[in-house]
Design a protein around this ligand. Structure first.
Ligand code: SF4
Length: 317
């Protein structure tokens, strides 16, 4: 007797603003088994199994009620492991962290469930040695960046996709980064390192690879004001050949930094030809001045018009 065909429902709790890699793998796995897979959409039909996946914490992506019409509901994803502590900060709860079973984890993503996106996504390394306190990567994936897959596990020419969004948390700290960078370069696709590159780890070979890749935009981070990264950013700006390119640098605010330190990073980056982008830790509880800083800096029309934040504070008058 063959295996029973299951009716499987998928719920992307974060909404459909970005393809959820786990759900794409789950879909591929069940379709390969011959199961029926669809987005869960109503309580009127019966489902044998429903998967709910959530990447973001409740602060950004509130949980949804469990469906009533499923024999079994499996909830997973980083968003379900993040809890708000008594200190008002988010913590990663390791006891809630369940990885996908190996047979699902190795599936090639089923891109057909997100027809609205024409790019591939990849996660070729996991972990990060930095352990920044506001970030859950080290707690979830460990303090070492290790290769976990090849680019061909996420993208092949047959997908027809011409862009790959790389979700690796810190590929530049990965021991096998030469191999991975070569693989990305050889796809000939546009490469988007969505989680940012670690300017502290970039060596000359990395910069050569980046110069040889099709890249529309680069993301870096300068989160900790105690890190003196001006020299590193200056060196990269000099060696990176695509001078007109947008090089965004995330600057974390509302987390152990003063306004003076926030502005130092923003002004320094702008003077070096980067595009600073303010991120706010715990945005729902952030002071108004920080939200104004974000609006001033991230709205590029305002940022180009009003040269100094000190001149963009109508609310204080
Ligand atoms: S460097 Fe980035 S990925 Fe690594 S711990 Fe810090 S914020 Fe997280």
């Amino acid at each position: 007797m063959g295996e029973v065909v299951l009716k499987v429902g998928l719920i992307d709790v974060d909404g459909h603003n970005f393809p959820n890699l786990a759900l794409m793998r789950i879909s591929a796995y069940h379709k390969a088994r011959g199961d029926e897979v669809e987005w869960w959409w109503t309580d009127f039909f019966h489902y044998d199994l429903v998967y709910m996946s959530k990447v973001f914490s409740d602060a950004y992506s509130p949980d949804k009620p469990e469906p009533l019409n499923a024999d079994k509901v499996i909830k997973g994803g980083t968003g379900y492991c993040i809890t708000l502590g008594e200190d008002g900060k988010e913590h990663f709860d390791q006891s809630k962290n369940h990885s996908l079973p190996d047979e699902i984890e190795k599936m090639f993503p089923d891109y057909s469930i997100y027809p609205q996106y024409d790019f591939a996504v990849s996660m070729t390394s996991r972990g990060c040695p930095r352990g920044c306190q506001f970030c859950h990567v080290a707690a979830k994936e460990g303090r070492c960046s290790v290769k976990v897959a090849d680019v061909s596990d996420f993208w092949t020419p047959e997908t027809g996709k011409r862009e790959i969004k790389v979700l690796d948390p810190n590929i530049t700290a990965c021991r096998e980064k030469r191999d991975l960078m070569r693989q990305y370069r050889e796809t000939g696709c546009w490469i988007d390192f969505t989680q940012g590159l670690d300017i502290r780890c970039l060596n000359d070979a990395d910069i050569d690879d980046l110069n040889g890749m099709k890249i529309k935009m680069l993301h870096f981070a300068w989160d900790n004001p105690a890190d003196d990264l001006e020299g590193k950013f200056r060196r990269f700006a000099e060696q990176y050949k695509k001078k007109g390119h947008c090089k965004t640098v995330y600057c974390l605010t509302n987390y152990n930094s003063t306004m003076e330190q926030n502005l130092y990073r923003i002004y320094t980056l702008r003077d070096l030809g980067y595009d600073p982008y303010v991120m706010i830790y715990n945005k729902p509880d952030a002071p108004k001045e920080i939200r104004m800083l974000q609006r001033w800096c991230n709205n590029k029309i305002i940022f180009k018009t009003v040269n100094r934040f000190e001149d963009y504070k109508p609310f204080t008058r």
